[in-house]
Design a protein around this ligand. Sequence first.
Ligand code: HAM
Length: 418
Amino acid sequence: MELTRLRGFRDLVGADARAMSLVEERARALVERYSMKEIRIPVLERTQLYLRSTGETSDIVEKQMYTFTDRDEGETVVALRPEGTPGVVRAYIEAGFDRTEPQQRLFYSGAMFRRERPQKGRYRQFYQFGVEVFGRPDAACDAEILIMIDELCRDLKVPFTMEINSIGDQKCRPAFRDALVQWGRTHWDELCDDCHNRIDRNPLRLLDCKIDAKLAASAPNSLDYLCDECRAHFDTVKELASAGGVEYVVNPRMVRGLDYYTRTAFEVMAGGLGAQSTVVAGGRYDGLVETMGGAAVAGIGFAIGVDRMALALQAAGVAPTAAPDAAIIAMGPAATRHAIAVARNLREANLNVEMLSPERKMKTLLARASKIGARFAVIIGDDELARGVVQVRDLKQSTQREVAVAEAARAIADARGE
Ligand code: HAM
């Protein structure tokens, strides 16, 4: 047996891992400005949880879950979480929030697992940063969610487009479903095999079919079927999102692949990603807490696909590099003792510094400094030690100047800012 990683599972090192962490760090800073509290939930849950929430007719539950029987738990069938929402709703109900403190604003971050066909931007282990807000049925909450996502994408400097839609509620959705079934039957021969299966089980998914655009344009449109309440809600969401500076496109054919959504649904697409371009997705799920055994409490949320957002950053050329600001080169044992202290000093001044292994030739060390991408080399020999100075060599511009030890941090920081 070869000890290689599994298909669809990735090792992320250096700049790739850094881009992911950057997305998570920015998202965390953002949600904390929106008064959100962190929640950490298990990676393993009862498979039943996902059947009841994500939905038995969703692709996730039908084909993509990593499920097994846990012998220690009385033969319980368990699954690696394919998404975060069901676990958060379960935890919310289990904590009794639905009865004691229904308004909760929660966020989470971590690995999810789906057995999908791997391709660029689609992995079997991937990471989501998610937000779930409970107890807020009002449209202002939807608008703030959209504003939050807009703020994040702008902060990350990723070019994006946001699509929104309303898919109605328990009251008006049945008519839309019926219309889709009717339409599907009329166009049976033009639909794919997947859609033939979906038509009765989950007709909304007909709109996800890879059918040709002309045919899709003839399909019923969810907005035509909204009841007065859902229409008014959607109108207010749009108005308030615009007031908050969000630019969105209404896409009346966007439905989401998970079963629990009601009313507002949205997706954000970023460039440079190929087929898997959706970097953020979510929507309202007003009936879900109740379906899962809790009180009738409204919910809305979204998840950022961290892997894809990181790829988008890299494609847009705005991903950070992991390269150090300076490499420290010490010539000889006395200089090394001094250099260790200089390195600490520079780090305390917030610079990223790598001390190169001493006892090598200057030429080799300079080559090493360039290889690790350091902008500067800080060179310390016995002569520099005796005079209390260091040589700061700009490796990009091939210039070098001598500065007092105490000035080194400033010299590097200033030059870096140019
Ligand atoms: P989702 O659309 O299934 O929604 O996933 C959200 C995002 O996770 C996707 O837009 C994508 O960026 C990322 N993602 C999904 N599958 C993969 C994969 N195989 N590889 C890489 N990235 C992936 C949800 O999961 C809902 N729980 C979102 C939500 C929260 N709705 C309400 N609250």
